[in-house]
Design a protein around this ligand. Sequence first.
Ligand SMILES: C[S@@+](CC[C@H](N)C(=O)[O-])C[C@H]1O[C@@H](n2cnc3c(N)ncnc32)[C@H](O)[C@@H]1O
Length: 281
Amino acid sequence: MPESVTAVIARAGARLGRPHEARLLLAHVLGVAPSGLLLAGPPSPEALDRLDALLARREAGEPLQHLTGRAPFRTVELAVGPGVFIPRPETEVMTGWALDRLAECASTEPVVVELCAGSGAITRALVEEGPAGRFHCVELSPDAYPYLERNLAGLGVDLRLGDMAEEFADLDGRVDLVIANPPYVPLEHWQDVPAEVRDHDPALALVSGADGLDAMRVVASVARRLLKPHGWVCAEHAEVQEHSAPRVFVEAGGFTAVADHRDLTGRPRFVTARRAGRMIP
Ligand SMILES: C[S@@+](CC[C@H](N)C(=O)[O-])C[C@H]1O[C@@H](n2cnc3c(N)ncnc32)[C@H](O)[C@@H]1O
């Protein structure tokens, strides 16, 4: 007697200890949306074999998103895989903050720059959920860049493969919003990063110098150069950087309203600042 979808989910969920993931993996194997699973007939023996192989890889620590090739972020879904950072829910609140700033922006077509774009999750959500604008992204990793191209294809976003420190001279003083989720793990905390993250997210996406703020200092200096007077910058940081990340913007000079914000779990997560009204050289 073939095993029903519900029985397969219960068995696979118990094996992983995570029924939700078993459901997503089975939906992936059957090529249906998770919401359509209950309408699917009993999985074939070949489908069960494929599920079994994925369960084994998951048990060995591969991220769920690498197994399905997809990652949800706010209202959008991104293609992901080895070589690109998997977008995290921590970043969703900062993206919502940026959407609020864009909604109240006086420019008819705000200019937005995302530094350290990775899969393009943030910009994709800004484009899909926010007002019309002119969007630009930069990403350093040649392994991550193809995902950025794929996830933002057809949306008219200007994509650049390169170092954030050196891009966008053409946009100096013309940008309404700079947003970044830079690498921010201090070198000395590398060993504390969970194995699943350390082994499967690229090191370039995670580590950033002795105090974890090397990339943040570049974000502050690039934002200072790019932003119009009164333009906004926001950047994600580690929870231990609640005071040190805002200090980077205070010390860079040229910003007002430097503030820190919490994510949905109440942990300090991102800093925001506003370009001073009168340009300070
Ligand atoms: C934490 S990930 C964030 C990716 C994506 N924005 C997100 O939130 O899912 C940081 C990204 O910054 C990229 N990166 C690191 N240094 C960079 C640099 N100097 N210029 C541009 N991108 C950089 C990494 O390759 C990685 O994709």
